[in-house]
Design a protein around this ligand. Structure first.
Ligand SMILES: Nc1ncnc2c1ncn2[C@@H]1O[C@H](COP(=O)(O)OP(=O)(O)OP(=O)(O)O)[C@@H](O)[C@H]1O
Ligand SMILES: [Mg+2]
Length: 206
């Protein structure tokens, strides 16, 4: 079977306070429409893929699937920093992406960036991932705290309810489909910065 080519190469950011529905949304609204993916699932919130804790075994699995023309769907969980560092190295060597046509889902993206710095491989993916049809879904409670390179290059935002003043202040500049402070539990608003409507349709945000 030929793998379905992923046509999208977008950056989508999901934010909202604790327990507001972010991971549930990604699991149920986004994951089912993805082709090949790797989820960095630190908090063990996801299902619907092969679960790995060893980067080497995941790499072998991905290579085997690509060779067989099959789609890989990987959920990576880890306990020490070496393991996640190896995954970043598997994705990008600093000069090019080492995998193409897939989506990276990064839960708790603030583990890999803050206002001052960013994981180099993530930085590369954000800047140049579109050349290799690599999409990124990032999830964070607080958009205020993450790296500006990431927020600047995000195409579509989804927000669940926010109550932290500095996050609300940061969010106010976007043209939200619904005011982020008035959202009910599990309700979301979105802002499309790319002006590309197919993204909204693809992810059934409306
Ligand atoms: N749309 C929904 N419909 C029904 N239940 C939901 C919905 N969204 C979330 N929930 C329930 O609420 C719980 C919390 O949601 P979720 O795990 O998505 O929060 P979160 O925003 O990812 O929180 P955290 O920042 O702590 O990771 C889920 O385990 C699920 O049971
Ligand atoms: Mg979550």
């Amino acid at each position: 079977m030929e793998p379905k080519q992923q046509k999208i190469n977008e950056i989508i950011g999901i934010n909202g306070k604790k327990g507001s529905g972010k991971s549930y949304f990604v699991q149920h609204k986004i994951i089912p429409s993805l082709g090949a993916f790797i989820i960095l699932d630190k908090m063990e919130e996801y299902r619907g893929g092969m679960v790995f804790e060893n980067p080497g075994i995941m790499k072998t699995y991905i290579q085997r699937m690509i060779k067989a023309g099959k789609m890989y769907k990987c959920i990576f969980r880890w306990t020490n920093d070496d393991q996640i560092e190896q995954v970043w190295e598997m994705l990008c060597d600093g000069e090019k992406m080492l995998l193409e046509n897939f989506t990276l889902v990064v839960e708790e993206v603030d583990l890999y960036c803050d206002s001052y710095g960013i994981q180099p491989e993530l930085d590369y993916l954000i800047r140049y991932g579109r050349h290799d049809s690599v999409s990124l879904i990032w999830v964070s409670r607080s958009p205020f705290e993450i790296n500006r390179m990431l927020t600047r290059l995000t195409d579509v935002y989804v927000t669940f309810v926010q109550s932290e003043p500095r996050d609300i202040n940061w969010l106010k500049d976007f043209n939200w489909s619904k005011d982020p402070t008035t959202l009910a539990r599990y309700e979301y608003g979105y802002a499309n910065l790319s002006g590309d409507e197919r993204v909204l349709k693809k992810f059934n945000l409306i």
